[in-house]
Design a protein around this ligand. Structure first.
Ligand SMILES: Nc1nc2c(ncn2[C@@H]2O[C@H](COP(=O)(O)OP(=O)(O)O)[C@@H](O)[C@H]2O)c(=O)[nH]1
Ligand SMILES: [Mg+2]
Length: 227
């Protein structure tokens, strides 16, 4: 759960990259970390096994200032996707503020995506959280592969649901920053609804997004990004 430390002017927000095994969650954090470069001064902690499957989780902390000197700490986690790591996923989800769901775009992975979505819902519930209350963004990753859902199908999925949808090829860094910005924006909106974070911190949504855009060196586009 977001920690708003008013006396010390510090806000800590937890974001989790969720999804089936091998959908590209770790690759997203690696690409984001590379993109951030030295500026943020944060390390990506990755615990892999030999099959490049995450055993525990990855953690990428991102710090920056927003408004008149409030320190924002974003903690980005991934979960291990394998079915038998359910307990780890549940623990990583404790106190989550926003979820980036990394789906594999291949048609053959549809079932794994769906199962992971249901697993997310049930693990949140076990933590006393409702999926409907948590900020969510869906990424369709691996757009470079053959046998993926078409752009039209993804547009239709985006239209049907209320969650922002981003197409990505994380291995090439495509869609990674967009997904991160989208989950930050959705999370801030939901924190405003749940905790009135703007009144408590004195930071407007726009100020928050501008600070993030600067951190990731991406031009701020109000009509797209305004919370
Ligand atoms: N072709 C392709 N492969 C990808 C993409 N993103 C990740 N991968 C590969 O998929 C495998 C699993 O990625 P990883 O990030 O470890 O998945 P995780 O289990 O979700 O953390 C690795 O071999 C990645 O290089 C992508 O956009 N396109
Ligand atoms: Mg991983």
């Amino acid at each position: 759960m977001v920690r708003i430390d008013v006396p010390h002017r510090e806000v800590t927000i937890k974001l989790v990259y969720y999804g089936p095994a091998l959908s590209g969650k770790t690759t997203n954090l690696q690409a984001l970390h590379r993109h951030l470069g030295e500026r943020v001064g944060s390390d990506l902690v990755t615990l892999d096994t030999e099959n490049d499957r995450t055993l525990f989780f990855d953690l990428l902390p991102i710090h920056f200032q927003a408004g008149s000197g409030t320190k924002i700490n974003l903690k980005l986690f991934t979960v291990p996707g394998q079915v038998f790591h359910r307990t780890t996923r549940k623990i990583v989800l404790q106190g989550v503020d926003g979820v980036a769901f990394v789906a594999d775009s291949r048609v053959s992975e549809t079932r794994n995506n769906n199962e992971s979505w249901l697993d997310l819902k049930s693990n949140l519930k076990d933590n006393g959280l409702a999926l409907s209350k948590i900020a969510r963004v869906v990424q369709f990753n691996k757009r470079d592969l053959l046998d993926v859902r078409t752009d039209e199908e993804i547009a239709m999925i985006a239209q049907r649901g209320s969650d922002p949808v981003v197409s990505a090829t994380a291995t090439e860094g495509l869609g990674v920053v967009e997904t991160f910005l989208a989950v930050c924006q959705a999370t801030w909106k939901s924190l405003q609804k749940r905790y009135e974070i703007e009144q408590k911190t004195g930071i407007a949504g726009r100020t928050f997004m501008e600070a993030i855009a600067e951190t990731v060196r991406t031009p701020y586009v109000p009509e797209v990004m305004d919370p």
